[in-house]
Design a protein around this ligand. Structure first.
Ligand SMILES: NC(=O)c1ccc[n+]([C@@H]2O[C@H](COP(=O)([O-])OP(=O)(O)OC[C@H]3O[C@@H](n4cnc5c(N)ncnc54)[C@H](O)[C@@H]3O)[C@@H](O)[C@H]2O)c1
Length: 355
């Protein structure tokens, strides 16, 4: 029987979810959707073959009036906890977009709701599903890297504020750290074997603001939501060091706006046998007492739609008991703890311990 799917928050990323589910053919059936903006929900319903009377302006009526097995939560960040918990309590499995929530406290409540209801809660850490991540894990398993003791994660935009609610701290929880940094911090932690974070030291800046007067970089993500007036009360740059219980350290940097020449989204790992960079995907090592850079052939890239397809498939496979989740609620909570610690450290100027 097809898994009956519903979507809460039918803006931009909801389409990546919808298109990914579509690729699963008759394993899924779109049954309903909801958005605070009913017109958006209706348009989405039309696009994905959902009956017009199954487009709602709130998730509560949608969950009450329909038989739904699984829900994608693709709202702005401040609604993730509320909508996820409502869906779990209504007996649905949930695929929640990153970041899991506004903070670790909300994230823990979501994890508890999943456990209480015996339902799956998957986190939208799509970078875990890239070919680069898979190849990196294989290289590590085959022993090419040795012990990884340092990593770097960068998601730096030169002029890439996504607009709308992304600049409104009450709905986003923060700026590029919680929006972009979350992707590469999680990716780095995943490749390093999900070590437990123990402390963080960070700094945030808001020197450039929204930079709305400057022409945007064409490829960067834009929210589909308009705000009544422009809001930008979040950081425009964050940088931090995160220490893990195995002694390894991760340096992270994320910006919406920065006076940098070349924007970058990448991670690098440094082991005692070799280093590994993702862009380009290369090992850096020593061969015959000479420095050597080894380029790995084949598809070792991150492709947006293929990775969303792999992510949605993992969700449906897990619901059907055919696979373990690649990114589970615990991974989401851990990430929120790291982000909370970095933001607190940026405020206090001191290193913050992570429980
Ligand atoms: N994985 C990725 O690569 C990726 C990329 C972009 C965005 N995202 C995440 O996806 C989420 C949505 O981002 P977006 O760019 O699609 O935003 P968006 O502004 O385009 O859409 C968000 C939608 O959620 C709706 N909404 C908000 N609260 C709601 C509620 N309580 N009930 C129903 N609908 C509600 C809004 O009306 C809006 O239509 C964010 O959490 C963002 O971080 C992930």
């Amino acid at each position: 029987m097809a898994i009956r799917i519903a979507v809460i928050g039918t803006g931009g990323i909801a389409h990546a979810h919808g298109d990914a589910y579509k690729k699963l053919g008759d394993r899924v059936e779109f049954v309903a959707c909801a958005d605070l903006d009913l017109a958006k929900a209706q348009k989405y319903a039309e696009e994905y073959g959902i009956p017009a009377n199954k487009a709602y302006d709130n998730c509560y009526d949608m969950l009450k009036e329909n038989e739904i097995d699984a829900v994608s939560v693709t709202t702005w960040n401040s609604a993730h906890a509320e909508c996820t918990i409502a869906a779990l309590n209504a007996g649905c499995h949930v695929f929640c977009e990153k970041p899991m929530a506004m903070n670790a406290e909300e994230a823990k409540a979501m994890k508890e709701a999943a456990e209480k209801n015996g339902k799956i809660l998957m986190l939208g850490f799509v970078r875990r599903h890239g070919n680069d991540a898979k190849s990196a894990l294989n290289l590590i398993k085959e022993g090419y890297m040795g012990d990884i003791y340092y990593a770097k994660a960068s998601y730096l935009r030169r002029c890439g504020f996504p607009g709308g609610w992304f600049g409104d701290k009450s709905r986003s929880g923060g700026g590029p750290l919680i929006d972009l940094g979350v992707h590469v911090i999680d990716l780095a932690r995943y490749i390093m074997g999900n070590p437990k974070p123990v402390s963080a030291y960070g700094a945030t800046f808001d020197k450039l603001g929204a930079r709305s007067e400057v022409a945007l970089s064409a490829d960067d993500w834009q929210s589909t939501t308009e705000t009544e007036k422009p809001i930008f009360d979040v950081e425009d740059l964050a940088t931090a060091m995160v220490r893990f219980d195995n002694g390894a350290v991760l340096h992270v940097e994320a910006s919406f706006n920065l006076n940098i020449k070349t924007p970058t989204t990448t991670v690098e790992f440094f082991g005692d046998k070799a280093g590994l960079s993702f862009t380009p995907f290369e090992l850096h090592t020593v061969v015959d007492n000479k420095l050597a850079d080894i380029a790995i052939q084949g598809d070792t890239g991150f492709h947006f739609s293929n990775s969303f397809a792999a992510e949605a498939k993992n969700f449906i496979d897990a619901i059907e008991g055919k696979a373990e989740l690649v990114a589970n609620a615990e991974d989401g909570v851990t990430l929120m703890k790291i982000l909370d610690a970095i933001y607190l450290s940026a405020q206090t100027g001191k290193s913050v311990d992570i429980e």
